[in-house]
Design a binder for this molecule. Sequence first.
Ligand code: FES
Ligand code: FES
Length: 159
Amino acid sequence: MNHAITLTVNGVVREASVPARRLLSDCLRHDLGLTGTHVGCEHGVCGACTVLLDGEPVRSCLTFAVTADGHEITTVEGLAGDDGLSPVQRAFTECHGLQCGFCTPGFLCTVTAFLRETPAPTEEEVLEAVSGNLCRCTGYQNIIKAVHRAAEIQAEEAR
Ligand code: FES
Ligand code: FES
């Protein structure tokens, strides 16, 4: 039996008909065609599937789509604004914070939410913030730099 759900995804109202156990990650990718959200481990370890649910980062592979009914979702496709890439996206580009890019959507969503709460983070806070997202390529150095750079860009743009 399917359930009709309505999600606001990246500011757009979307409807889907899903089984009760449909994962939010599968709903986004397969029902709504938003394949920017990546699925790695499928059991909550890698963070690749992270999206924002009402602004808070969640593992979409651990979230049933029906539980997101009536809520707002932001995926990596929704991070850029009308005037281009977001500060976090620009910082990852500038600092070479990605290689294969598989982990990147999850990092971008995680870091976007983190900097909203912690706009001027310490080194320890940045390490803690990204500790739930796995990257097999970069060794994290440039990701850490990118988070600090994103904080700088946001501060510059807020002036
Ligand atoms: S795919 Fe969701 S945490 Fe790895
Ligand atoms: S850039 Fe390849 S897994 Fe992170």
